[in-house]
Design a protein around this ligand. Structure first.
Ligand code: AMP
Length: 215
């Protein structure tokens, strides 16, 4: 199974990806996580994109394509969830061609729909575990007590100025992908304002996995 979790920043893509991993054993390919790791490790790529990412901009297509293709090859073209990729038309067209060339087309693109006002509110309460990259929300999805407080941070790009920039970019560069994937019948729209449990159930139901859902 090859899934894409699509939607604005803060739509819950990371949370749902984590559940799909834990419940169904799918592997998460999160370009955002890979980029943050590169920034933390101060790799040449990380140093190059750090400022841009923290301002809320998008990393150039060629750079993020290398990260995505390496991860997809590593997963042998199957059993993965793409979280945060693709995000531009060029990325979407490249991904489609790449997967088609290896006879491994996408199974579904889950589109988590969440209005901007809800996103701004959600991102202000988001906290990330620096060790695992998992995201929580102080009120909606509190981190377990087992995670030490100093491991939980607010991402620099979750600050209000960066969030506005990310939303602008989302509407301009990423939203057109809904039509693009819609044309091939892959888009599964989901109400991303529902509870995390309900969103997860809907995702599972739509790919015929009800019996394996443990929530
Ligand atoms: P995310 O964790 O998915 O919100 O990604 C965090 C940041 O990483 C984004 O705001 C971008 O700067 C960068 N990024 C992640 N995925 C992509 C992508 N597919 N294309 C361009 N930039 C990306």
């Amino acid at each position: 199974m090859r899934l894409v979790l699509f939607g604005p920043p803060g739509a819950g893509k990371g949370t749902q990806a984590g559940r799909l991993r834990d419940t169904l054993g799918l592997n998460i390919i999160s370009t955002g996580y890979l980029i943050r790791s590169a920034i933390r490790q101060r790799s040449p790529l990380g140093l190059r994109v750090k400022e841009l990412v923290q301002r809320g901009g998008l990393v150039p297509d060629e750079t993020v394509r290398d990260l995505a293709s390496e991860a997809i090859v590593h997963q042998r073209f199957d059993n993965f969830i793409l979280d945060g990729y693709p995000r531009t038309m060029q990325q979407a067209e490249w991904l489609t061609a790449f997967l088609e060339a290896y006879k491994a087309p996408l199974t579904a693109v889950f589109y988590l729909k969440v209005p901007d006002a809800v996103i701004v509110d959600r991102l202000s309460g988001r906290r990330m575990d620096t060790k695992t990259g998992d995201s929580y929300h102080v009120a909606l999805n509190p981190p377990p007590d087992s995670i030490p407080a100093d491991r939980l941070i607010q991402r620099p790009d979750d600050r209000p100025e960066a969030v506005l920039e990310r939303l602008k970019t989302y509407h301009r560069d990423t939203m057109p992908l809904v039509k693009y994937f819609g044309r091939s019948g892959l888009i599964v729209p989901i109400d991303g304002t529902a509870t995390f449990d309900d969103v997860f159930e809907e995702i599972c139901a739509s790919v015929g996995m009800e019996e394996r859902v443990s929530v």
